[in-house]
Design a protein around this ligand. Structure first.
Ligand code: HEM
Length: 370
């Protein structure tokens, strides 16, 4: 089984191939003072490292509670397990004296077009993003990390999600379909291309940011409910016009292969791809918008049924970018008012900053910050 390494200049969970299951868990920190916050991050980091590297749980005795929850058995199958640990804007308020260390663009998520945000599902001091082969792995691993920090953190919200890999996806094709039935990730940045990641995802050492932030990444999380019953009653022509791609093949409108690159400049009036199609607004493919490219890494989620008997499902949209303003916010601004809004409503999420990696054994996530 493949493992996602814990150590490295960046958190490898951002760029590892997408796994089948995921959980996002936002935490409020109730630690008192900076030392306790540092201990909290150290404890999270140590358990994340143990789980990702597949280390044995600490020795157990028959008197205390077993140090490992045991859900995964004696030798946890750690295949594909990864964590990404991030900090939210609220961590930089008066409590810990960290105001000067705040990544410059990190603010509490603002209200954006079409939003109906539920505060109980929005924001947080910390965010843990876990991915793995199956829900028992991700959930047991999350629980194992949370038990290390029971005294200093409170769970604020959790989103459980999944991604079904397309077994036949070849290079350049999307790894998954989302709950609208469209391929998701077709035109995403190639996370294995380090030069692209340096350009668009990782904060660089010369960026106008606190020194500790180099190697980290801004993370935008948007829990976006989808009105799936309405979508299922919508004609294929309309669905494809809303997205700007063919549903089955994933090809741009008018094309036949998913890997074809749409040429919007030869279609100035939107006769092939409507001017307000999702992909056309998200990425107009002009020289001026080239700097806005983002790395998307979302999860499909389900929360059962709402009070009106409709399925409560959606996309936990997650994107990583070197600049929140040039990345997520620039794209989101162009999407405001798009026809897709009729079928979705953002209900939660937040803006976070994924901590830089731990280059060597003995270090911990957040060490530079504290
Ligand atoms: C592309 C669906 C929200 C940014 C796509 C594609 C689909 C899709 C089907 C085409 C396949 C692909 O290239 O991955 C959705 C759905 C959403 C949603 C269902 C909400 C429930 C967002 C949000 C943003 C965003 C909130 C950012 C603010 C993008 C970008 C692309 C894209 C940048 C690539 C466009 C390209 O380069 O061609 N989305 N999306 N999407 N989406 Fe979304």
């Amino acid at each position: 089984p493949r493992r996602v390494p814990f150590l490295g200049p960046h958190q490898n969970g951002l760029t590892a191939p997408v796994a089948a299951s995921g959980v996002l868990c936002a935490l409020d920190v109730v630690a008192e003072g900076r030392d306790e916050l540092a201990e909290t991050l150290q404890a999270i980091s140590a358990e994340v490292q143990r789980l990702m590297e597949g280390g044995a749980p600490p020795e157990t005795d028959s008197i205390g509670p077993p140090p490992d929850n045991g859900v995964l058995g004696a030798e946890p199958p750690v295949a594909d397990l990864s964590f990404v640990v991030s900090v939210g804007a609220s961590l930089f308020d008066a409590r810990f004296g960290l105001a000067d260390e705040r990544p410059r663009e990190l603010v509490p998520m603002t209200r954006l077009a079409n939003d109906r945000l539920d505060d109980g599902r929005t924001h947080g001091d910390l965010l843990l993003a876990v991915e793995g082969d199956s829900p028992d792995i991700t959930l047991a691993s999350l629980r194992q990390v949370l038990r290390q920090v029971r005294g200093t953190t409170v769970v604020r919200w959790v989103v459980e999600g999944h991604n079904r890999a397309s077994p036949s996806a070849a290079a350049g094709e999307a790894p998954v379909r989302n709950l609208l039935g469209f391929k998701d990730g077709t035109a995403n940045l190639d996370a294995s291309d380090e030069a692209l990641m340096d350009r668009h995802v990782w904060v660089g050492a010369d960026d106008p940011e606190p020194a500790w932030a180099a190697g980290g990444s801004y993370q935008a999380v948007r829990t976006i409910r989808m009105f799936v019953e309405l979508w299922d009653r919508t004609s294929l022509v309309e669905q494809e016009a809303v997205i700007g791609r063919h549903k089955v093949s994933g090809a741009p409108l008018g094309g036949t292969r998913e890997t074809e690159v749409p040429d919007f400049s030869s279609d100035p009036d939107g006769e092939v791809t409507p001017l307000d199609a999702h992909i056309r607004l998200a990425n107009p493919r002009t020289p001026e918008t080239e700097a806005d490219l983002i790395l998307r890494r979302g999860l499909s989620y389900s929360r059962g049924v709402d009070g009106a008997g409709r399925l409560d499902q959606g996309l936990a949209f997650v994107s990583y970018q070197r600049s929140l303003r040039r990345g997520f916010l620039a794209v989101q601004e162009r999407l405001a008012g798009e026809p897709l809004e009729e079928y979705v409503v953002p209900e939660g999420g937040g803006f976070f900053f994924a901590l830089p990696g731990v280059p060597e054994d003995g270090g911990w996530l957040g060490q530079g910050l504290l």
